[in-house]
Design a binder for this molecule. Structure first.
Ligand SMILES: NC(=O)c1ccc[n+]([C@@H]2O[C@H](COP(=O)([O-])OP(=O)(O)OC[C@H]3O[C@@H](n4cnc5c(N)ncnc54)[C@H](O)[C@@H]3O)[C@@H](O)[C@H]2O)c1
Length: 246
């Protein structure tokens, strides 16, 4: 097992995170899947097999749980080669209808949680003189109506990514962000069908992306060959970030 790269993927129980876990497992990584959904662990283990994946029930916004997660990684593997910060949530509303708790909740998980995990991983990767960090941001960092909390959190993730790339560059650790656009996952299916239809119409591709589309970009940035790419944001959005117009 030790010859495999050890990859921590947060929010790996479903959606984009699960596709990332599968892609990395297919590329000779052993995946540590961290998710707050304890119920998903058994299904993941039977699907992936214990030689490819372990499940860690973790709320990534909780500092003590993050510390405990990394202690277990230290004990079980003695290294961490790849970190993918994927866990994230939405609590959409126009600002005048948005309770403060929905701002706090989204920032707490999507930004503070990413920072907590990056801090724990950075210390170890610096010591190893090796590592790949990929943070899942969103095209929504550019701004979406109804997402003042979410857009702010993802803009924060991109700023964090750039700053950390500067801090870790000299230690052979790259830090990049992937910014997905509209991807077909349980999160997107929370949207009202008429809203989803409009969003698909506004896509240059007229389609949603798939979790696998995102997973391939993440696996590329997580690979040993991409050591000279750092601090970047790669859009996986069917061209939506290009801008307005036909
Ligand atoms: N789906 C999209 O269109 C889209 C677009 C852009 C960015 N993203 C981003 O991609 C990432 C994954 O999105 P998705 O659509 O697969 O979401 P999803 O809701 O389908 O899955 C999110 C996973 O994160 C887990 N999770 C939630 N809170 C957690 C916590 N506190 N600690 C640990 N795990 C937690 C959930 O249990 C779930 O397994 C998110 O960061 C999201 O913001 C998604």
């Amino acid at each position: 097992m030790t010859e495999k790269r050890i990859a921590l993927v947060t929010g790996a129980a479903r959606g984009i995170g699960k596709a990332i876990a599968a892609q990395l497992a297919s590329e000779a990584c052993f995946v540590v899947a961290a998710d707050s959904d304890a119920g998903a662990g058994a299904a993941l283990l039977s699907e992936f097999g214990r030689d490819s994946l372990s499940f860690e029930k973790t709320d990534v916004s909780d500092e003590a749980q993050v510390e405990a997660l990394f202690s277990r990684i230290d004990q079980n593997f003695g290294k961490i080669d790849v970190l993918v910060n994927n866990a994230g949530i939405i609590r959409d509303n126009l600002i005048w209808n948005m309770p403060t708790e929905d701002f706090d909740h989204v920032l707490n998980l999507n930004l503070r949680g990413v920072w907590l995990i990056c801090r724990a991983a950075a210390e170890r990767m610096k010591r190893q003189n090796n590592g790949r960090i990929v943070n899942i941001a969103s095209r929504a960092w550019l701004g979406n109506r109804g997402q003042t909390n979410y857009s702010a959190s993802k803009a924060g993730v991109i700023g964090l990514t750039r700053a950390l790339a500067l801090e870790l560059g000299r230690y052979n650790v790259s830090v990049n962000a992937v910014a997905p656009g509209l991807i077909d996952t349980p999160m997107t299916r929370q949207l009202a069908p008429e809203v989803l239809e409009k969003l698909i119409e506004a896509q240059p591709t007229r389609t949603m992306g798939t979790p696998d589309d995102v997973a391939h970009a993440v696996a590329f940035l997580a690979s040993p060959e991409t050591r000279f790419i750092t601090g970047q944001t790669v859009y996986v959005d069917g061209g939506k970030s290009i801008g307005a117009g036909w």
